[in-house]
Structure formats: structure tokens, C-alpha cells
Design a protein around this ligand. Structure first.
Ligand code: HSE
Length: 411
């Protein structure tokens, strides 16, 4: 008896899954009581040399895979919505369990696939869609079933965090740091998805559905990437005791959700301060347990393969647990990240341009200030001055308490 697996895509993720199935053959067999075999790999370009065993079907035609005489699990390691969604629908209809690492596809079509899987009594694993090897999805799906989640905050794009760390620690340029992230296999095929926050946005939508049982109105969620963060700003923040982090946040307030995807500043006391390089971290705030922080490698061949391999056991052993909790439709408001957004680092305007509505707490340089104000006022000012960039300080109240410790220049 064997479990036959097809891997769709043989890029960083697909290859990592293939290799891990070989290296962890005995663990998989011991857990499942059956040998796991890769029966087929779907590729795009059949000219490339690949290290795949001769008895594996390697094809560019998905029909050859879906028509195999035995096929138990289909692993989606393709980028983008199409044709992945279509392939997975066919796989479910054929009675296969599916595992996906494809966040864009799952953010768009997760609900439809979960419903279809329910109908066909198969399971879906999607741990690899969010935060690479960090087991946040299964923590929410399996381990926090009674807790009511109130807020999730996360660093969920390894590439952005890697770039910000390289720029600060090694004084690398943005372009060089991105190039290195691409070489290391962290970045998306189109890195715009990483640096402009799309990848993190899709991951937030997946998290939101798992935690709150709902997909918010995408248009209402603020999405800002890291491209406005210059080396100068990073240095300024560092001198003030802060680090830039690209953070997704979704929180429940009454029957509403407040979501955002944007760069923020954190001080030494915030759990994200020491999350560096390709590491991801997710904070879950829920009513019984309080705050849990999960941290680990967020991208790359083996961290992502780890999430897929664990899902391989999950889908094989689970009894079609596709149902996510459902909540009534909740409105999503566009607001900045985090629950305490009263303090901001802002740049690109003069003191005169800030007045009279915003009074700086501190002037860091000619056009850079620490201010204490509301989201509305910041957004209003940003409309007036498109050159303005603004970054909430997540744990900003500490500035008030320990102002002198953080602020080196007084006004
Ligand atoms: N490009 C993604 C990242 C890969 O950097 O986080 C993992 O989803």
C-alpha cells in the first residue's frame, strides 16, 4: 500500500517537498502505515534538468496527472491563481486530498475549495500559505478552537523583513538586499508582490478567514509595502531605538474588523523587535490564553516544505475537517496597524506644513518628526502632502513614559 502524491510545480517549494518526501520517508511511513511516493511532477519547462527519479512521471500536461490510475494527494506549489485553482478543483472532484502553498490562489478561492472538499469528503492543508514553516494555521485551526481570537498581528513576508534587516545591519541598498533575497529563494517570482505588500495582504486574508471565519472587503484594508523606507529613515529609527517591521494586523472590535498591511516601528520591548532576516512571527491575542507569539523561518525551500509535509500527514489522517468557524459578515474599516497608534514617525513635510493640526513631540531632522495624533489626522495630512510618509509606532505609549530614553533630539 502506498500514498501517491503529485507535485504541481518544481520551483523552490516543489523541489523542497520532493526532496523532503525522500529524506523523511521512514517518518512518513511510520506515521501513515504506508509508503509515500511521488507519482508525478507537473513542470512548465521540459528543457530544464531536474533531479527527479526516473520512475516519476514528469509532464507539462495536468491531464496526464489527473488521469493516473492511483492519485491520493495533490500538492500545489504553483504561483498565482490560475491555473492552480482549476487543477485543484479537478483533484478534489476526483477524490484527492489537496495541500497548497499558494497564498494568492487560496486567499481568492479558499472558501470555495474548502466547501468543495467538504462535499467530496477530502481534506485541504494550507499551512504553507502563511508564514512559511511557522505552524500558525494549524495552531488556529486545531489548537485554539474555544478561544475567541481578538487580534492577529504578524510579520508574514520573509523577503520584506530580510530586506529591512540587511539595510539596517549591513547598510545594504534596497536593490542589493532584494537581489540577495531572490538568490536565496525567498522572494516571489515577481518581487513586487513582496515589497508592495500584496503577498502579506493575501496571507492576512487567509489568517482572517481562519481566525474570524470571514473574508473582509479587500478594498477596505490598507496595504502599504516597504518601498518608501529609505536607508536614512532606517538609521534615524535605529538611533531612536526603533526598528521598521512590515506588519499585517487584523482585529475584532465589536462586530467589525480593522485590518491593515503596512510598515510600522517597534521598540525593544515589542516581540517583533528581534524578529530579523527571513524570520516571520505571528502574535495571536485571544480571550482565554492571552497573547501567543509564534516565530520561525518564513520563507525558503525547507521551511515551506516542512509546512507541506506536516500537512501531508494531517490530510491523510484527518477526517475531512474543512469547516472553518463562520461568523456573520463583518465590516472592515481601513485603519493603521496595531491597537495603539497614537505615536508616529513621519517624514517628508516641514514643521510649518504640519501645523496647526499636528504638533510634533520631537523633531528628528529637518523633515522628520515624532508626532502624537490620530489616524484621521495623519490620513488627512497625507492627502494634503503626498510626499508625507508615516509609520505608526506600535508600542508608542512607551515614548510618553520614557520619552527621554528614546528621543535624542529635542525641539
Ligand atoms: N515571498 C514569500 C516571502 C515566500 O518572502 O515571505 C513565502 O511565502
Amino acid at each position: 500500500m502506498t500514498v501517491k502524491v503529485a507535485i504541481l510545480g518544481f520551483g523552490t517549494v516543489g523541489e523542497g517537498v520532493y526532496r523532503t518526501i525522500q529524506t523523511h520517508e521512514s517518518e512518513l511511513e511510520a506515521l501513515l502505515g504506508k509508503k509515500v511516493e511521488v507519482a508525478a511532477v507537473l513542470i512548465k519547462n521540459n528543457q530544464k534538468e531536474r533531479k527527479i527519479a526516473k520512475d516519476v512521471l514528469i509532464t507539462t500536461d495536468f491531464n496526464e496527472i489527473i488521469n493516473l490510475s492511483q492519485l491520493d494527494i495533490v500538492v500545489d506549489a504553483i504561483v498565482g491563481k490560475d491555473p492552480a485553482f482549476n487543477y485543484l478543483k479537478q483533484a478534489i472532484e476526483r477524490g484527492c486530498h489537496i495541500i497548497t502553498a499558494n497564498k494568492e490562489m487560496f486567499a481568492h478561492h479558499g472558501k470555495e475549495l474548502l466547501d468543495l472538499a467538504e462535499e467530496h469528503q477530502v481534506s485541504i492543508g494550507f499551512e504553507a500559505t502563511v508564514a512559511g514553516g511557522v505552524p500558525i494555521i494549524q495552531t488556529l485551526r486545531q489548537l485554539l478552537k474555544v478561544n475567541r481570537v481578538q487580534q492577529i498581528q504578524g510579520i508574514v513576508n520573509g523577503t520584506s523583513n530580510f530586506i529591512l534587516t540587511e539595510m539596517r545591519e549591513k547598510k545594504q541598498s534596497f536593490a542589493d538586499a532584494l537581489k540577495l533575497a531572490q538568490e536565496k529563494g525567498f522572494a516571489e517570482a515577481d518581487p513586487t508582490n513582496d515589497v508592495e505588500g500584496f503577498d502579506a495582504f493575501y496571507k492576512l486574508m487567509v489568517l482572517s478567514r481562519v481566525a474570524f471565519g470571514n473574508a473582509p472587503n479587500w478594498k477596505a484594508v490598507e496595504r502599504v509595502g516597504i518601498t518608501s523606507i529609505t536607508s536614512d529613515l532606517i538609521e534615524t529609527a535605529d538611533q531612536l531605538g526603533f526598528r521598521f517591521k512590515h506588519v499585517v494586523s487584523i482585529q475584532k472590535e465589536g462586530d467589525k474588523l480593522i485590518g491593515s498591511v503596512r510598515p510600522v516601528l517597534v521598540s525593544k520591548s515589542h516581540p517583533f523587535y528581534h524578529v530579523e532576516g527571513v524570520e516571520n512571527a505571528v502574535n495571536v491575542f485571544s480571550d482565554i490564553v492571552g497573547r501567543i507569539t509564534l516565530q520561525g523561518p518564513g520563507a525558503g525551500m525547507f521551511p515551506t516544505a516542512s509546512a507541506v509535509i506536516e500537512d501531508l500527514v494531517y490530510v491523510s489522517q484527518s477526517n475531512q475537517q474543512n469547516k472553518l468557524q463562520t461568523n456573520p459578515v463583518i465590516e472592515v474599516l481601513p485603519l493603521a496597524a496595531g491597537s495603539v497608534n497614537n505615536f508616529w514617525l513621519i517624514s517628508g513635510v516641514s514643521k510649518t506644513e504640519l501645523s496647526p493640526s499636528i504638533h510634533p513631540v520631537d523633531q528628528v531632522s529637518d523633515q522628520t518628526f515624532i508626532v502624537e495624533t490620530t489616524d484621521e489626522e495623519i490620513l488627512q495630512k497625507a492627502k494634503e502632502f503626498p510626499s508625507l510618509s508615516y509609520y505608526p509606532i506600535l508600542d508608542g505609549t512607551q515614548i510618553l513614559q520614557n520619552k527621554k530614553e528614546y528621543l535624542t533630539v529635542t525641539i
